[in-house]
Design a protein around this ligand. Structure first.
Ligand SMILES: [Mn+2]
Length: 323
């Protein structure tokens, strides 16, 4: 199955001259590592490449030298024609935040969907979606192996960034023999694991930990649901003069809870009428993507999210989203 789709992918890319690479809004390590690894492969094939994201890449990715190639000027897409388009780490096309533009634009050699979210609905003409993979970076690693593409040192660091960040440093459910094997191969090639760890794990400032403290104080345990819920407000971020990035690791941190508890939910109120929820579990008998789906979101069995309109209030000893 994989080999057939990879054949189609290779045919499409070899025939294409101008290729658009696109990742989801609010790009994370997996999206960034995946898009730049794919960029390096296509650059080796001497293709004309545009890498795009609607949002700016956070500064802690500056150790990746290809980061300069990511554009967020929409004119680069609307004023150009492309032969094909690759969407990376997007469970659905809406995660690019430019769904209409992508759906109305012609990509004669195909729209390619490369991802690892179990909720991916195969929206491309070519779909390489591996739900068991830890990360899109791991999927790309498998594609490169099957194409017999020789991965360079810099590409190895990009892919390791994706695997380490999406497995939360080899601690979450995405951690498998296959993901560790891929990382091990990447280290053998020369991927710089110290840069990855310093940028994503050992990177908390005093203010970030103080902010986390505020959020941890708000934890509520629901006996009825056997889950913990906490709340983050836009004002918390303002108070410490941080950006939203500072709250990114909180849901993973809550996942350190003992596995007697079914799952955790971090609710973020953006202060302008939207609430985002991040669900995590370590348990095999809990599928948090099903909870996320109820609220129009999606994700993986062990990590999922959603976004709905409303605001957060503390009512009857529990956090509630009200209209
Ligand atoms: Mn991912």
């Amino acid at each position: 199955m994989l080999s057939e789709e990879v054949k189609k992918l290779e045919q499409s890319l070899l025939a294409s001259n101008k290729i658009l690479l696109i990742m989801h809004r609010k790009p994370d390590g997996d999206a960034i590592g995946s898009i730049l690894a794919m960029r390096n492969y296509l650059a080796d094939l001497k293709k004309q490449i545009t890498c795009f994201c609607v949002d700016v890449v956070p500064e802690n990715y500056n150790y990746i030298k290809e980061i300069q190639f990511i554009e967020n000027d929409l004119n680069k897409i609307t004023n150009n024609e492309f032969d094909s388009c690759i969407m990376l780490d997007c469970a659905d096309i809406g995660m690019t935040r430019i769904k209409e533009i992508l759906e109305n634009k012609k990509f004669p050699l195909g729209k390619i969907n490369i991802d690892h979210h179990v909720t991916n609905n195969n929206y491309g003409n070519i779909n390489i979606v591996i739900g068991e993979a830890s990360s899109t970076a791991e999927v790309i690693y498998l594609i490169f192996k099957s194409l017999k593409y020789e991965i360079g040192v810099s590409t190895a660091t990009c892919l390791l960034t994706g695997i380490l960040t999406d497995t939360n440093n080899f601690t979450n459910g995405g951690t498998t023999q296959q993901s560790i094997e891929a990382a091990s191969e990447l280290l053998k090639i020369g991927a710089n694991i110290n840069q990855v760890l310093n940028a994503h794990i050992f990177n908390k400032t005093v203010d970030v930990l103080k902010l986390w403290g505020e959020v941890l104080k708000r934890i509520v345990y629901s006996k009825e649901l056997n889950m913990v819920i906490t709340a983050v407000f836009a004002d918390d971020i303002k108070k410490f003069n941080l950006d939203e990035e500072a709250t990114e690791g909180i849901s993973n941190y809550l996942n350190n809870l003992s596995s007697d508890i079914k799952c955790s939910l971090v609710l973020k109120d953006n202060g302008i009428g939207r609430v985002r929820g991040s669900l995590r579990t370590t348990r095999d008998d809990v599928d948090v993507s099903q909870i996320a789906l109820i609220f129009g979101g999606g994700g993986h069995k062990k990590a999922a999210g959603f976004e709905i309109s409303g605001k957060l209030v503390f009512n009857n000893n529990i956090w509630q989203i009200v209209q």
